[in-house]
Design a protein around this ligand. Structure first.
Ligand SMILES: Cc1ncc(C[n+]2csc(CCOP(=O)(O)OP(=O)(O)O)c2C)c(N)n1
Ligand SMILES: [Mg+2]
Length: 385
């Protein structure tokens, strides 16, 4: 798996591609230094420091979540985003707060980058009524309407046509909001992915598909799950412009998404972005990681998006080493408070269970007095099946 770094590629896009990196094999073709794009003018020093802080917040949140999982405080599965933080943070920094966001189940990073309350997110993992989804969703179903974050979807690819539909609604209503959809390389093999892209391209709706290619779909390697190594190729079949970028570099992600979002917002139709990234931890907490070698993990860890961006902030005199350390310490203290507050939240009342499932909750035990349950008449047998 892996290979040397490749040049960013351009697909029907008419815009400059960002440079892509695939360091899995450790060797690099071309010999040049891996360079991040220059800081764009709108990424002020203050915004850069915010991006750094957001990545640290996501990392520390998940480290604490993993600890809580080991203490059996988290019900269900827990999929960590550690290593991929630059994607959520860079992409969402390029969006407006009213742009709608949907994601797959590895969703803590998007929720936090969107500004969802970390305590409510942690409480959701703990299944508490104070959780962002009132404790009914758990780790894979964080959602916060007020932040235009629509979840957190556990069925691979299932949210892709939902986002296409939301973008179609924005177009019909004449809004200039864009929908951002995050999913993994594994989703591109699902039929529903193709339906979503097909309709989006056909109807020219304002949606940006963000594929996080982390080289694995659960325990399957890219070579086992996909006939193409570059996910951007999938977009070509739908005449959709696409860009590939270094998903371990928050600035590269930001720049690429800026291009894609502007395209969609201008009414020019959907856009596809592939972020080359890597998860440092197993697929979920239950994964013994027997399918990848430790050397590969080590090589990617050397590209840690937080360390890398931190080094850049210091080199460009935006922050000092001490300031970065202070950010880590502050976030760590915040997380201790977050875990304690989440832990103190009440468990949801069982009676509320169906209220969040149906718009008009039903009580199957007591049918309304004027409406006794009726059996539908059976159709006459036709003799043919
Ligand atoms: C329709 C469907 N099939 C299978 C699964 C089981 N499953 C959960 S995650 C996963 C792999 C998805 O990989 P990818 O989309 O690359 O995301 P990543 O976990 O790498 O972030 C699979 C097959 C599922 N949840 N839904
Ligand atoms: Mg994957």
């Amino acid at each position: 798996m892996g290979g040397g770094p490749r040049k960013g590629r351009r697909y029907n896009a008419g815009v400059a591609a960002t440079r892509a990196v695939r360091p899995g094999a450790g060797t690099r073709r071309g010999g040049g230094r891996r360079r991040s794009p220059a800081l764009p003018a709108d990424l002020t020093a203050e915004r850069c420091r915010q991006l750094y802080r957001q990545m640290v917040l996501i990392r520390r949140f998940e480290e604490h979540a993993a600890e809580a999982y080991a203490q059996a405080k988290v019900g269900g599965f827990l999929h960590l985003y550690i290593g991929e933080e630059a994607v959520a943070v860079g992409a969402l920094a390029a969006a407006r707060p009213t742009d709608d966001v949907l994601s797959h189940y590895r969703d803590h990073g998007y929720a936090l980058a969107r500004g969802c309350d970390p305590t409510a997110c942690m409480a959701e993992l703990f299944g508490r009524a104070t959780g962002v989804s009132r404790g009914m969703g758990g780790s894979m179903h964080l959602a916060d309407r007020s932040r235009h974050f629509w979840g957190g979807h556990a069925i691979v690819g299932s949210h892709i046509p939902i986002g296409t539909g939301m973008a179609y609604a924005a177009k019909l209503q004449g809004r200039d909001d864009v929908v951002l959809e995050f999913f993994g390389d594994g989703a591109t093999g699902n039929g529903i992915f193709h339906e979503g892209l097909n309709m989006a391209a056909l109807w020219k709706v304002p949606v940006v598909f963000v594929c996080e290619n982390n080289l694995y779909g659960m325990g399957a390697t890219l070579a086992e799950e996909s006939p193409v190594r570059d996910m951007v190729i999938r977009a070509e079949g739908y005449t959709m412009p696409a860009l590939q970028c270094d998903g371990m570099d928050v600035v590269a992600v930001y720049e690429t998404l800026r291009v894609a979002i502007a395209h969609a917002r201008e009414g020019r139709g959907p856009y596809f972005v592939e972020c080359l990234t890597y998860r440092f931890r197993g697929h979920s907490m239950a994964d013994p990681e027997l399918y990848r070698d430790k050397d590969e993990v080590r090589r990617w860890r050397a590209l840690d998006p937080i360390t890398r961006f931190g080094a850049r902030l210091v080199a460009e005199r935006i922050s000092t080493e001490q300031e970065l350390t202070a950010v880590g310490d502050e976030v760590e203290e915040e997380m201790l408070r977050v875990v304690a507050a989440a832990d103190a939240g009440a468990v949801p009342d069982l009676a509320t269970l169906s209220q969040l499932v149906y718009a008009h909750p039903i009580d199957p035990t007591t049918p309304p007095a004027d409406q006794e349950p009726q059996l539908a008449p059976r159709p006459a047998a036709s003799g043919r099946r």
